[in-house]
Structures are given as structure tokens and as C-alpha cells.
Write a protein that binds this ligand. Sequence first.
Ligand code: 5GP
Ligand code: ZN
Length: 114
Amino acid sequence: MADCIFCKIAEGGIPSKKIYEDDEMTAFYDAFPQAPVHFLVIPRKHIRNIMEIDAENSPLLGRLLVKAQELSKELGCEEKGARFVVNCKEHGGQTVDHLHIHVLGGRPLGWPPG
Ligand code: 5GP
Ligand code: ZN
């Protein structure tokens, strides 16, 4: 999608610190990290949010999650764990309207969210 920053990151039009990419997804470090490990995993396809996941594209979401946990292990989160977050729309705190999984780790995280 033309004016979507995450589409542009996936296409390489906006620079990012990439961790992984293949033909259907890319993972890159968050520009404003909230934990020692904070990266995002996104589909290349412009899916606006998790409410657009249906039976047809749910296998893609599964692959994004598997890659998110694999990368979390590679980045040192296997022993102590991490948080896997998908914000959705206004009340969910979503600020970029392109589906993304946050992975946060490297320190204890509070709960519940504010
Ligand atoms: P949301 O609030 O939509 O769940 O998360 C969007 C995330 O994208 C935020 O954590 C924000 O820091 C990150 N972000 C926004 N713009 C950019 C950017 O241009 N590059 C990178 N690497 N991260 C970004
Ligand atoms: Zn997009």
C-alpha cells in the first residue's frame, strides 16, 4: 500500500535494521525499543490488523508467530521468555495500520498493561 510505512520497510524504501526476511514476511528492530530486545514481525502483504485474519490467511499468521518465537530464541530470550503482542485499532493501541507482532524481551515486563 502506497502510504504505509511498514509496506515501505518491507520493500526497502524506508531503512530499518532487518533481522530476517523471506518472500512473505520481514522482521526488524523497533525504532523506539521498549525493552532490550524489541522487534517486529510483519507480513509483506498489507493486512491492516488482526481482525482481518480469517480462515484463508490464518496459516500466514501462524508462520509469523513461529518466526517470532524462533527469532526471540536466537536473540537470547529462550531461558527467561518474552512477550508476543499484537495491538489492534484504537483501544488496542495500534499506531501503524499494518499487522505486526511485537516481541519484547530482555527484562521483566509488567502486567496488566495501563
Ligand atoms: P503499534 O503501536 O502500532 O502496535 O506499534 C508500532 C511500532 O512501530 C511502534 O513500537 C513504533 O516504535 C514502531 N515504528 C513506527 N515507525 C517505525 C519506523 O519507521 N521504523 C521502525 N523500525 N519502527 C517504527
Ligand atoms: Zn502496509
